[in-house]
Design a protein around this ligand. Structure first.
Ligand SMILES: [Zn+2]
Length: 87
């Protein structure tokens, strides 16, 4: 469950893999952590501070990219698990 491949997050943002990864992220985020029709936007500019509609978040993630190091989606329904951290 926790060893999902997140390597797409560092791909070029115009690549098909990145875009399909973004859509996968959006599906999960809306299942787990939406408020009405919005989720917190994890792009570099919003930094999980602002709620946006799906199409806006998708745009931001393609134009701005994900917040650096946000490969554990803790604002979108994933928990930091002590079992899976190296220490
Ligand atoms: Zn944003």
């Amino acid at each position: 469950m926790n060893n999902l491949d997140r390597s797409w997050m560092s791909l070029r943002r115009c690549s098909d893999k990145y875009i399909s990864g973004v859509n996968d992220f959006l599906d999960k985020a809306f299942q787990r952590a939406s408020k009405g029709n919005e989720i917190l936007c994890p792009c570099k500019k919003c930094i999980n501070r602002y709620w946006h509609y799906r199409n806006v978040v998708e745009d931001h993630l393609i134009v701005n990219g994900f917040l650096d190091g946000y490969n554990k989606w803790i604002f979108h329904g994933e928990r930091l698990s002590s079992r899976n951290t190296p220490l």
